[in-house]
Design a protein around this ligand. Sequence first.
Ligand SMILES: [Ca+2]
Ligand SMILES: [Ca+2]
Length: 118
Amino acid sequence: MFTFTGIVSKKGAIDRETNDTVVLEIVATDNGVPSLNSSVKLLVDVLDFNDNAPTFVNTSYSQHVQENATEGQHVIHVSAVDIDEGVNSLVTYSFKSGDFGNFSINGTTVKCLCIKSF
Ligand SMILES: [Ca+2]
Ligand SMILES: [Ca+2]
């Protein structure tokens, strides 16, 4: 805080995921003799920035599927969490690589489905 203007500015790193509210007490002091002062509390809400990637609950997943599994059969439910807030924490799922031609993944409910009978 600048001594003469009362302007409060950010100086160091703040992390909403660690502390989403900061309470500061500010004192105003005059130059009289004797010096007098009063204080006020400032409540700062820290808004979210998308600074965290989603992380999967498990580091890897493994599942068996019968070769005669029927089309649409549930294979596995994978889950990832994102510690940001609001839209910054919403997670969708898709295949990145691999032989996924016979599988589908629901982008929001994260169920893999066999889409062809083996
Ligand atoms: Ca995020
Ligand atoms: Ca964040």
